[in-house]
Ligand binder design. Structure first.
Ligand code: NAP
Length: 342
């Protein structure tokens, strides 16, 4: 059995791994069978991660984090977690390939998943003109008209990226003000290929085999209209990826995993959460990394407390009995009643 398993390979997971590995906890990090690195793998240039004054591409940043985690002894498993058994002292993690890993502590850092509009025909036209990733699909829309839905940093970043390829990029936003950062807004507004459609929502998709247009609804007047378009990029935020811990961990009203104060301690002892799964507000690469630090330090303290308790119990048993009927520390399971001092 290991000391700690980390689930998730974004900035929170890898930073937790760097700290846990440097604390000699030899962490096992379960990444993903599809793509290691989380949401930053879909990002272009990251300009606000400290230490990179000239900016760094999202995938490069994640590659560096992975190398740093591995350098100190993190083992990485490229598989998806399909089951968790975390109520007891031994945390069991099952993966898609049927392997089960066990640890005394678990750090849960699975990030968030792109939100969908939920309107008609969205599912059938996904990948046929509807996308959630400009860096993945932007090049398919060379000299075409595309729309980006949303008014946050992601939408403006996607729009700016797409203007390299597309003939026209229309940002469709449900209000008349963007929530993206000023620097990004300035860049987009100065781009002659980008225009804005305010107070408007996409209420439906048009097209048979692929998207040919969208139905729009004016949020002020309620008027409907149609807009011919070749591609639509949805950038309307994301939701914490917590489906595996529903019923196992307490959640907040915002759907994030509930933690004690500024710690990463969840409702189950020995289970710690970090990154977007605990953060409904800030959700930055740098804050996720910081949150990973907190989780690794909390896990380290938890394991040290268990070891102290186990050692105290052994000391007590040695003092009280002449038979030496004790258990070696390494065999004492975290949180095991037998390991708890009387
Ligand atoms: P976000 O900030 O939550 O923005 C989501 C946008 O989508 C908002 O403008 C919202 O409108 C709109 N929206 C939400 N639901 C909608 C719906 N059903 N229909 C139409 N519009 C809808 O999400 P984000 O842009 O993905 O950013 C998430 C976090 O990552 C933020 O903290 C952001 O700063 C960060 N981020 C940073 C960078 C960077 O710094 N390079 C890049 C990307 C993301 P309202 O404005 O009306 O709520």
């Amino acid at each position: 059995m290991r000391d700690v398993i980390i689930i998730g390979s974004g900035p929170a997971g890898f930073t937790a791994a760097i700290y846990a590995a440097r604390a000699n906890l030899a962490p096992l990090l379960i990444a993903s069978s599809v793509e290691v690195g989380g949401e930053l793998m879909q990002t272009t240039e990251v300009e606000n991660f400290p230490g990179f004054p000239e900016g760094i591409m999202g995938p490069d940043l994640m590659d560096r984090m992975q190398k740093q985690a591995e350098k100190f002894g993190t083992e990485i498993v490229y598989d998806d977690v399909t089951g968790l058994d975390i109520a007891g002292p031994v945390k069991k993690v099952t993966t898609g390939e049927g392997q089960t890993f066990e640890a005394r502590a678990l750090i849960y850092a699975t990030g968030s998943a792109y939100r969908k509009l939920g309107c008609e025909r969205e599912t059938e036209l996904s990948g046929r003109g509807i996308s959630w990733c400009a860096t993945c699909d932007g090049a398919f829309f060379r000299d075409r008209r595309v729309a980006v839905i949303g008014g946050g940093d992601s939408a403006i970043e996607e729009a700016t990226f797409l203007s390299r390829f597309a003939s026209r990029v229309t940002v469709i936003h449900r209000r008349d003000a963007l929530r993206a950062s000023a620097a990004m807004i300035e860049r987009a507004q100065a781009d002659p290929k980008i225009d804005f459609r305010w107070n408007t929502v996409v209420s439906g998709f048009l097209g048979d085999q692929k998207v040919t247009g969208v139905t729009l609804t004016d949020t002020v007047t309620g008027a409907s209209s149609e807009m011919p378009i070749d591609g639509v990029f949805e950038a309307i935020g994301s939701d914490p990826r917590t489906h595996l811990v529903h019923g196992l961990l307490e959640l907040t009203a915002a759907g994030t995993i509930a933690v004690e104060g500024r710690s990463s301690r969840t409702s189950v002892p020995g289970v710690f959460a970090a990154g977007d799964v605990v953060d409904a507000t800030y959700r930055q690469a740098a804050t996720a990394a910081g949150s990973g630090v907190v989780a690794a330090l909390d896990a380290q303290a938890y394991l040290a407390e268990l070891d102290d308790a186990a050692n105290a119990q052994i000391g007590q048993a040695d003092g009280n009995t002449a038979t030496g009927n004790t258990q070696p520390v390494s065999d004492v399971v975290a949180g095991d009643k037998a390991a708890t001092p009387a």
